[in-house]
Write a protein that binds this ligand. Sequence first.
Ligand code: SF4
Length: 332
Amino acid sequence: MHEGQRGLCFVRGVEAGEVKLFTYGRSSGFCVDPIEKKPLNHFLPGTSVLSFGTAGCNLACKFCQNWDMSKSREMDTLADRATPEMLAAAAQRLKCASVAFTYNDPVVFMEYAMDVADACREAGVKSVAVTAGYINAAPRVEFYKHMDAANVDLKGFTERFYKKICGAELGAVLETLEYLKRETSVWFEITTLLIPDENDSDAELDQMTRWIMDKLGPDVPLHFTAFHPDWKMMDKAHTPPATLTRARNIARANGLHYVYTGNVHDSAGSSTYCVGCGKRVIERDWYELGEWQLDAAGKCLHCGTRLPGVFDGAAGNWGAKRMPVRLAAMAR
Ligand code: SF4
């Protein structure tokens, strides 16, 4: 980039001979959500998470459901200002177990995200990255040192899909997933948004879930979520619930233990079952928890098998609420 130029993400550019991040300390808004909405089903279930994003993104997904933020060229939309310390204090005051970097990819504001994560760690609040996993090897190491959990999108399983629909590369995302599994203790789950006729064929789902089984093992939770027409993909139909169930069946037949359907009312597909005895241990309907059959350490009350994930005592009771917050008003 030359002096005065902005990158594809638009939030980084060259000023006075240096590459700078123009969104540090500025957010597109804050909201307290259920952790299940990220989605994370095995990370402090039932707790609330303080979610925020900035602007810009390093991908250009034609189906982006947050395009008003991820494609924003208007820094003025970033109305809320928040230092890392303000954010950590707000999360504590709101009794959130974690903060989530979400809405747009934290990779484009990583120094801000890492500073927030450090302030939160000191305050006993955990950090969650909601990301497309499209990041180079060196910053990947740096970034994930600061994170406790992540939800990584695996948007499809063909280079064609990543190139044509997202402006990215599948290989780099697979490297991130393997890195997280092999070299970190970050708890991570995977999400695939299924788009009719783009990434939902039996063959692609079979290939993808075989890869997950082979490289990441059976215990990484996988979420299949429903697409709705948005941004530059207004011509596609909504994902039928039957497609999510078909995908879940393929993944389970390939050996994955925890496969969920999302964005639909499907209690069977969104609940968690013990791999030891087959009994339901966490009942869910969308983001609402029901019956809970785990002890404080996350072991099945029926057979003692430990559920993989991060558990800390009883289930949280945040429910399905979504609560917007103004940090500036809280700081006064
Ligand atoms: S990675 Fe997420 S935020 Fe970025 S363009 Fe794609 S869908 Fe939108």
